[in-house]
Design a protein. Sequence first.
Length: 570
Amino acid sequence: DDSENETSDLESILGMCETKNALGKMLRWHYRSLHESLIDFSNNQFYENKLVIFPSPGSKYRMGIVFHHLKNTFYDRGKTRTNPQEAEIVADAVIEHARRNPKLSLGVAAFSTAQRQCIQDILEIKRRKNPDVEAYFNSHPAEPFFVKNLENVQGDERDVIFISIGYGRSMDGYIAMSFGPLNNEGGEKRLNVLITRAKLRCEIFTNITSEDIDLNRTQKYGIRVLKEFLYYAEHGKFNISEESERSEDSYFEQAVADKLISLGYLVRKQVGSQGFYIDLAIVDPQNPGRYILGIECDGATYHSARSARDRDRLRQQVLENIGWKIHRIWSTDWFRHPDEELKRVVQAIEKAKEIIAVDDSEEEKEQENYEAHVAFLRENVQETENEIPMYECAIVSSEIANYDFHLHSTGKLAGWMESVVKVESPVHFDEVARRMVEAAGVSKVGSRIRDCLVQAMEYLKNANRIKVVGQFLWTKQMEKPVIRNRVNLANSARKIRYIAPEEIGLSIEKVVTDSIAIEQDDIAVLVGKMFGFNRITEDMKGEILIVVQKLIDEKVLKEEGPLIKQVDKL
């Protein structure tokens, strides 16, 4: 207990073992990245090119590293320490991903906490504007959508990762050699973790390129690695002199390739990267970024090398698990029966084509079903978390139809009126009148009937049995209304003027709270949908915005430029 703590300064158990000179064994086969470019940079920079990286057969989706140079955006270095235009573009990309690639999980990582928060705020607004994609954000429970900063993505992996660098060129053209955690000791390790989170595609959003990073102004290794990574992301290769391309291993491979090319197939040789190559690959003519079939050309020595056969069988299983279809040709069989072996290869290619066509057709059908679902959501916006209850209409006793309306006593009319208020509070006077005359079998509310109803209302008010606020009747006990969806009401009853300002105010507060910040026009649209209105007229918008202004005047909400926000509570 009194001994000195020898592990307090060590980052991990791995570091502790290294200090004790423990024997190590590197795990070489890399499985996460389904496209070689997603791990190739880290393999070169951090793992001494020791990883075995399996090449990708390609996909209908874009794969690998994608570089977005946002040269017209600017880093607000002196104030918010964010790049708001970049955050806007990233948020748009998230919405587009949710709409076009709903099957793929997604994560967003920013270099700084400030940039992460900026993206979250903007994305909240866009999600409220695009309710049709909201289902996506709950559709991957095993790999849920996230927005995190660079220091919090350890252990996460998603099909697609968006990286927002945020730092970069300011409005005056200055680029500080400051990139948050990368400037700290070990910053390069955090960068390595970040750029290897994606399984299918990693998209980089930044307003700088590798040429903008001046290594004469900084000695930080993390920034040096960032410069190299940006070059790789932009150009698809390392910023070093490369050796000549790997040639085919034998005359055998060349002979197979020549025969297939003569039959009209597009053949690529030695497909892959450091650690593992596929001898020949047949390119999909309909989608040049995808391979139909991989061909392994095995020499005669494989017949006598059991370990090699076992090794290649395992590698083939890995390749097939990531989507490759593999056909193997033995050199002895090819030279003895070239026509038969060529026929077998062609059959394998055509069969692979059929399988791909079926898979594509199923994917297209799934996409069509998703788009149909999106269209349905656009027309019928539903509250997914806190469902808005339907408006309940009161049923007036049939006794009211026994006599002419004006022959009932004021006390009787008051009792029936009170029964409506108890169910529908707060309810507009005209709606109460409608319930009562319909129960009485009267077609319309004339002046004589209206006078009777006004007398009944005054009777209830004076007896302290209801509250009357403007044109609305409330139960005596109700202090706060409930938001109600009126989509089930007749068109004549679905008017904004029949909704109490207090209920409208509650819905506005809910929209603003859920959105964090939102423009006034968007408030009107979302409030209208909450009440069941498919179309928002200018008159309806005007009524809603009157209540918005009232809440601003009462310091419940506040304006910040074009946005409406909730006032911070002490």
